[in-house]
Design a protein around this ligand. Sequence first.
Ligand code: NAP
Length: 210
Amino acid sequence: MKLAILGAGSVGSTLGRAWAKQGHTIIFGVRDVNAPKIQTLLMELGENAQAATLAEAATQAETIVLTVTWDAMPDVVEAIDNLDGKILLDCTNPLVANQLDAALNLAQSGGEQVAAWFPGAKVVKVLNQVGWETMADPQYGAEVATMFYAGDDAGAKQIASQLVTELGFEAIDAGSLQASKFLESIAVFWGQLAYGQGLGRNIAWQLLKR
Ligand SMILES: NC(=O)c1ccc[n+]([C@@H]2O[C@H](COP(=O)([O-])OP(=O)(O)OC[C@H]3O[C@@H](n4cnc5c(N)ncnc54)[C@H](OP(=O)(O)O)[C@@H]3O)[C@@H](O)[C@H]2O)c1
């Protein structure tokens, strides 16, 4: 699959690395294609990875993965005309002034805000609930971490589930895009445990069923 990953920071580079290893073609959409850290990443990933502007990357792929910081979103919306008909996997968390709990006071979830910015896109909220370290390796001893996803388009959710499963997670459908608010709350709680309670970043979620 051809995947445009907008942003190549901690999350974008981790996902690009993992999916390139699975044989997907990665096009990183970045502000500065020639930045040394981008060139180093491309060298590492080899022939399965390229970099382009945000707009070019979004044009070249049918599945787009959003991994920029929340405060970058106005620039991303400005740079990209539309994402009509495309799958948009939203990994962001709406951290206002980098405050974890401010996200919970927004009038609508970040996932729904992203859908409002790109009305023609099939948005799925996913890969926002744990740190990038767990995205790189969701295996905890004999257990695998759970990753929830939420969206309104069945086909887009199928792709999200497949890509998350390829990373090594157990993928669980959390419902419609409205459920983004729950997935963003989980991210806030992850931060509270990791930083507030000092558990550190190598913590993840697992859904138990019987
Ligand atoms: N870090 C985690 O463990 C984690 C886990 C789950 C979800 N998230 C969410 O994932 C998103 C990315 O987090 P991250 O930790 O990967 O952040 P990061 O390492 O700081 O990377 C952010 C990326 O956004 C780009 N960016 C920043 N401002 C921009 C702008 N104005 N226009 C275009 N691109 C811009 C950066 O480009 P430059 O390199 O050019 O600055 C970089 O590629 C955030 O929404 C975060 O809340 C993070």
